[in-house]
Design a protein around this ligand. Structure first.
Ligand code: SF4
Ligand code: SF4
Length: 170
């Protein structure tokens, strides 16, 4: 996935999307942000994700740029930003809300949809290849434990996973 941060060129404010984000945030309050940057300075991916800037953009209503960006999908959900924030803004949860809105509006990056589809099809993010099994054998490791892909698929169907990620089974 590209590691480019969001461009602020051709910015567009969307009050309706901003309200949707603010109404759906499960915890924290972006309006309390003082732009101290402590969140970004502790972020393990701070060179590509800028939580302080994301919060600022939400406050300014620049939500469309955020939900159509790849930056929001790079967060590792480590919660360091939320732990360190002196204002209890909770940037990590703001990021989750942005992701939820992005998936609702069909902005999930294609690569992520493909990874999710691996879970739907095989019950694993990465399929264990014959080569990998051989390597395990050479190392004296047991065979990788099987997964009940059908059971996982049913569970994912029940929660509407395909609809959420915008995937289709081929
Ligand atoms: S640490 Fe909190 S208050 Fe400081 S910039 Fe980040 S979100 Fe804003
Ligand atoms: S939760 Fe995401 S944005 Fe926050 S510090 Fe961790 S990787 Fe960075």
């Amino acid at each position: 996935m590209s590691v480019q941060t969001i461009s602020l060129k051709n910015i567009k404010m969307d009050p309706a999307l901003r309200s949707e984000i603010l109404n759906n945030i499960v915890s924290g309050d972006p309006s309390k942000c003082v732009q101290c940057g402590i969140c970004t300075s502790g972020c393990p991916l701070g060179y590509i994700i800028k939580p302080h800037r994301i919060v600022k953009m939400v406050n300014l209503g620049l939500v469309e740029q955020l939900i159509s960006s790849r930056e929001i999908w790079l967060c590792t959900t480590c919660f360091t930003c939320s732990e360190r924030c002196p204002q209890e803004v909770d940037p990590a949860n703001i990021l989750f809300t942005l992701r939820n809105t992005a998936s609702k509006l069909g902005y999930v990056p294609r690569e992520l949809v493909e990874i999710c589809m691996n879970i739907v099809k095989d019950g694993r993010i990465i399929k264990i290849s014959a080569g990998r099994e051989k390597e395990r054998e050479k190392l004296g490791l047991p065979k990788a434990p099987p997964v009940d892909a059908e059971k996982i698929r049913k569970m994912l169907e029940e929660v509407g996973f395909l609809k959420i990620i915008g995937g289709t089974v081929k």
